[in-house]
Ligand binder design. Structure first.
Ligand SMILES: Cc1cc2nc3c(=O)[nH]c(=O)nc-3n(C[C@H](O)[C@H](O)[C@H](O)COP(=O)(O)OP(=O)(O)OC[C@H]3O[C@@H](n4cnc5c(N)ncnc54)[C@H](O)[C@@H]3O)c2cc1C
Length: 381
């Protein structure tokens, strides 16, 4: 498998890097402290094509590959993982679900607004009692004439209060278990749906995370997304792709922390020399760089398989598991290399250390990734 970077991808990454330096890096800490979602940045990301990365051109998308997408998420995460998280939820979850499973009418109605950045997308599977076990979904959707009426709530939804549309999973046939869960497109200014609790988070604070509450939320029958009862199965396929983006996010986050630690180790002097001349620090740097490269290779392997239309359930879970745990380790080492200064907000590694924990939790915890991988190894469903 070739992992050579194409000239086109290199050009995209160069302009994205310039954008991140100018529009994101100067504000990272302020957004984090205020838990402020940078809406203007997302408008500009939309204009630049980064909110429709995987969507076909006929719906206004950039029609890039998963290999391009993972590189884009890595680049943004190396500067601000919270921005990368919101972008990933929009691209691969909300918009991705509509692009993959929507009818032609649904794609035409929603995707141009989402790819342009006019609207942001959210995606809701998780509930209070349905986290790792998402088949425990309690939200219901009942058919009433030409409408579906939704009741229930969704927890921890990225982009919930800044998004204009969400893809939400709800039970349409309780008897059928997982096969009785359907997906719905719900516009978030619609009567009957409201934003509930906004989470006050450890990290990823510039990313918006809220509860969505549905009380007799009536949506047109045409907003059923995919086949009735296919919502959970389709969600698992959406997550197969989404996990590649969380793996890429982990790689970028780790790279950001590593680059900061490498630069610091050259500047900081103790015992009359830069600390990078101590073998202990060199070993840390060597392990960090090797972990990042290994995780990127796993991420690229999963992305290449996705582009080739091959099954990615195991590959994306392996990439996400390895990359997220690697990133936790790398950010820990990055703080250690900074000594006491790493424990302060004067250096970027403090924020990477807080942000990283989400990577081992969101889109399936590390324990769930191991279950997914083991099931594939043992030939289960
Ligand atoms: C910042 C943030 C953003 C998020 N964004 C979204 C979003 O946009 N949309 C969405 O739908 N969800 C979102 N989530 C939810 C996320 O996907 C869930 O938090 C995650 O799947 C875990 O579910 P839980 O929190 O209920 O933990 P639980 O399922 O309660 O797990 C608790 C612990 O038990 C372990 N565990 C559970 N079951 C098993 C098992 N069978 N074997 C071994 N260990 C097990 C878990 O690994 C974990 O360590 C987000 C979460 C966060 C924090």
């Amino acid at each position: 498998m070739s992992t050579a970077v194409s000239a086109e991808r290199r050009a995209i990454l160069r302009s994205l890097s310039e954008f991140c330096e100018a529009e994101i890096r100067p504000h990272v800490l302020a957004w984090d402290e205020a838990q402020e979602f940078p809406r203007d940045v997302f408008r500009k990301l939309g204009q630049l094509g980064f909110l429709g990365v995987l969507v076909p051109e006929k719906y206004g998308g950039a029609a890039l590959s998963y290999m391009d997408y993972q590189a884009i998420v890595e680049e943004i995460a190396s500067v601000d993982p919270a921005v990368a998280l919101a972008l990933a939820a929009h691209n691969s979850l909300g918009s991705g679900h509509i692009a993959q499973f929507g009818s032609e009418a649904q794609r035409q109605k929603y995707l141009p607004r989402l790819t342009s950045g006019e609207w942001l997308a959210a995606w809701g599977l998780t509930e209070a009692d349905a986290g790792s076990d998402s088949s425990g979904t309690k939200t219901t959707a009942v058919r009433d004439g030409e409408s579906w009426v939704l009741n229930g709530s969704k927890n921890f939804i990225t982009n919930a209060s800044v998004g204009r549309v969400a893809v939400l999973m709800a039970v349409t046939d309780r008897e059928r278990g997982n096969k009785g869960i359907s997906a719905f497109i719900v516009e978030l200014d619609h009567p009957g749906i409201r934003v509930g609790k906004k989470e006050n988070k450890l990290g990823m604070r510039a990313s918006d995370t809220c509860t969505l509450v549905m009380e007799d939320c009536r949506v047109p029958a045409g907003n059923l997304l995919g086949q009735p009862g296919s919502g959970w199965v389709d969600s698992m396929k959406v997550l197969d792709g989404g996990r590649i983006s969380i793996a890429a996010l982990s790689v970028g986050l780790a790279r950001g922390a590593y680059e900061a630690a490498l630069a610091y180790s050259r500047d900081r002097r103790q015992f009359g020399k830069p600390i990078c001349e101590f073998e202990a620090i060199q070993f840390y740097l060597a392990e960090m760089a090797t972990g990042i490269d290994a995780a990127r290779l796993l991420t690229e392997r999963a992305a290449a398989a996705k582009d080739a239309g091959e099954p990615v359930t195991k590959l994306s879970a392996q990439a996400k598991l390895f990359a997220s745990e690697m990133a936790v380790h790398v950010t820990d080492r990055a703080i250690q290399i900074h000594g006491g200064y790493g424990f302060t907000k004067d250096y970027p590694v403090e924020k990477f250390y807080r942000d990283v924990k989400l990577c081992t939790i969101g889109e399936g915890t590390s324990e769930i990734q191991k279950l997914v991988i083991a099931r594939q190894l043992l030939g289960g469903a």
